[in-house]
Design a protein around this ligand. Structure first.
Ligand code: SF4
Length: 236
């Protein structure tokens, strides 16, 4: 007998999520502006704890001033800090950008490497950034980029019971077909921004609400159940 959609196995639910979100967000793609692997690497490092819109504003001028890895490697740290200040955490980001590009110059002939192992050795680059650069700049798919939206939606949709992004990535890699690893990140990010937001998910308008285990369980604003937003564990 066919199971009700709410009880779909995670693998089947993941396929359903992808199918529906591909129709819902056919425009889903990376929002950062870049014209080279180096620009994408820099923009992704700057996007930590910052909106893509803000990063795009900052990189418009930044990419004109710093065109090559050498420009960051030889930059005056204080000046670089000021150039990226509005993206937040600018001291740390400037230090990472400078060290990262020094390594690119010294070890990789000023080019961005094309493997996960090499990328995650660079200062300021963890798996999320490496996955974004590999898939979007080189078409190399080695994993699933898990940002704050992907993490939240994977949990709410019952695709992962973990909290750690590295474990969530493994869960998604297990249940999502490899040819969809690249797409699912953008789809979940778009859905997280437009519909399933952190504080006020719009379950009533969500195309996934028939089989989402968390549907209508957040607050009175979108809820069929008498939970308050404080009582609901999903309302983080
Ligand atoms: S039904 Fe609600 S909780 Fe589930 S994905 Fe949609 S908006 Fe998010």
């Amino acid at each position: 007998m066919k199971k009700p959609e709410i009880y779909l196995e995670p693998k089947d639910r993941a396929l359903k999520v992808i199918e529906l979100l591909e129709k819902e967000h056919s425009d889903a793609k990376i929002a950062l502006h870049y014209a080279s692997p180096l620009e994408l690497l820099v923009a992704t490092i700057l996007s930590a704890q910052c909106t893509d819109e803000r990063v795009n504003i900052v990189t418009k001028a930044l990419f004109k001033k710093y065109a090559k890895a050498e420009d960051y490697a030889n930059a005056d740290l204080k000046e670089l800090e000021q150039d990226i200040k509005s993206t937040g955490f600018y001291r740390n980001k400037a230090k990472n950008l400078k060290k990262c590009c020094q390594l690119l110059v010294e070890k990789y002939n000023s080019q961005v490497p094309k493997t996960m192992e090499e990328l995650i050795e660079l200062p300021g680059v963890a798996r999320k950034t490496a996955n974004i650069v590999l898939t979007n700049a080189f078409g190399v798919v080695e994993g699933v980029a898990v940002d704050t939206h992907v993490r939240r939606l994977a949990q709410r949709l019952g695709l992962s019971g973990n909290d750690d992004p590295a474990k969530i990535e493994k869960d998604l890699m297990r249940i999502v077909p490899k040819d969809k690893w690249m797409g699912i990140t953008d789809l979940l990010i778009f859905h997280g921004r437009r519909v399933c937001t952190a504080k006020r998910p719009n379950c009533a308008a969500c195309v996934l609400n028939k089989f989402c285990p968390s549907a209508f369980s957040f607050s009175k604003a979108c809820c069929r159940h008498p939970f308050s937003s404080k009582q609901c564990k999903n309302n983080a």
